[in-house]
Ligand binder design. Structure first.
Ligand SMILES: CNc1ncnc2c1ncn2[C@@H]1O[C@H](COP(=O)(O)O)[C@@H](O)[C@H]1O
Length: 351
């Protein structure tokens, strides 16, 4: 590879990348969902859920936020509702990131009890951690994986506290942080102060979905979220100027999801209008992320390709972007050193 060549698919695929904003259930490929459906249908011909190909046909990426959230409740959560399908899906998601050249992953998920079974939220979390452990063992820990537990904006304050307690309990197994996600047109994040205070006090890191829609971009919500002392922010779309300045002052890590924001029409316009164009010039680590690869079908390598293509980035620009993104991981200094070495070696081999 030659650094003076334009950025192409081979380059972004081989680039040792990180992914910090991937929702487990939204990252399950359609093929994998279809396989889960076939299995359930063969076990029970009366299984009432339709083939996921219907709601998620090949090539469809234009989900509005409304159809996006409905797809979880109508389909995905019915297909991934027992421990066997959860571990099958988790393994498939991890393999897809690994094959795309991701070399450090923080996966996030809302702990979910399986209705009609005795699997609790804790059982869900330990099953995901077990799948991560077996994956890491199989791949010689070539892609370290950590878990972020997410509070759903539908949750009560008590449920959010339960999630934080689970995260604290499973920190020794690789839970590194807490997120708030879910439908950004609903909910009141100010009820989670106790949960976030406890998370911080117990050494968990914080990332929050931030200003995804005008509703969740109200000054009151943004000030509340910033008062929880987050380390990183996801999406960062509808942000007034004074808050942009505060984000820059704190040098917060920004998880930006180009394909998701463009395809789901969360921004006005196309890739060129994406706020990556603004934030890339600010001294905050920017991390290009997939959000929900099962919906938007763009692996991390393609997000780098899109950024390079639309914002005219050279290979050196992409390397610099990637290097700066490592500052924002929740893993410790040894993980950062490992990533810097991987990138140095990649760069040396590219010259
Ligand atoms: C547009 N981007 C987004 N904004 C807000 N929340 C999102 C999201 N993408 C995914 N989720 C949240 O993550 C859950 C799926 O993964 P888990 O079941 O947790 O693994 C969704 O139900 C939604 O609440």
């Amino acid at each position: 590879m030659d650094l003076s060549q334009p950025v192409d698919e081979a380059f972004t695929k081989a680039l040792p990348k990180i992914e910090l904003h991937a929702h487990l259930s939204g990252s399950i490929s359609r093929q994998c969902l279809h396989e889960l459906w076939e299995k359930k249908k063969s076990q029970d011909p009366n299984f009432p859920i339709e083939d996921p190909w219907v709601l998620m046909p090949p090539g469809k990426v234009d989900y509005t936020l409304e159809t996006f959230f409905q797809t979880f409740s109508k389909s995905i959560y019915h297909l991934c509702n027992d421990l066997e399908s959860l571990s099958y899906a988790t393994n498939s998601v991890l393999s897809n990131f690994y094959e795309d050249g991701v070399r450090y992953l923080e996966l996030r998920s809302i702990p979910r009890a399986f209705s009609g079974s005795d699997v609790s939220k804790e059982g869900y979390v330990t099953a995901v951690l077990d799948s991560i452990d077996s994956f890491k063992a199989r791949t010689n820990n070539d892609m370290p994986v950590y878990l972020i537990l997410a509070i759903d904006r539908k949750d009560t304050a008590a449920q959010a506290l339960d999630t934080v307690n689970l995260a604290i309990k499973y920190r020794p197994r690789g839970v590194v942080g807490i997120d708030i996600c879910g439908n950004p047109n609903k909910g009141d994040v100010s009820i989670y102060r106790g949960a976030f205070t406890k998370a911080k006090a117990n050494g968990l890191r914080i990332t929050v979905h931030f200003a995804e829609t005008p509703f969740s971009g109200s000054p009151a919500e943004l000030e509340t979220l910033l008062s929880y002392q987050p380390d990183r922010l996801g999406h960062v779309i509808h942000v007034p100027d004074d808050i942009k300045q505060e984000i820059a002052r704190r040098q917060l890590g920004l998880e930006l999801c180009l394909s998701c924001n463009v395809h789901a029409k969360m921004i006005n316009g196309g890739f060129l209008d994406h706020h990556f164009g603004y934030w890339r010039h600010v001294d905050c680590p920017v991390i290009l992320c997939t959000d929900d690869m099962g919906f938007f079908c763009s692996p991390v390598s393609n997000e780098y390709l899109l950024a390079a293509h639309h914002f005219n980035l050279s290979r050196a620009d992409v390397l610099a972007l990637c290097r700066k993104s490592f500052r924002a991981i929740f893993g410790g200094p040894e993980e950062k050193d490992r990533l810097y070495t991987l990138l140095d070696n990649f760069e040396a081999g590219s010259q």
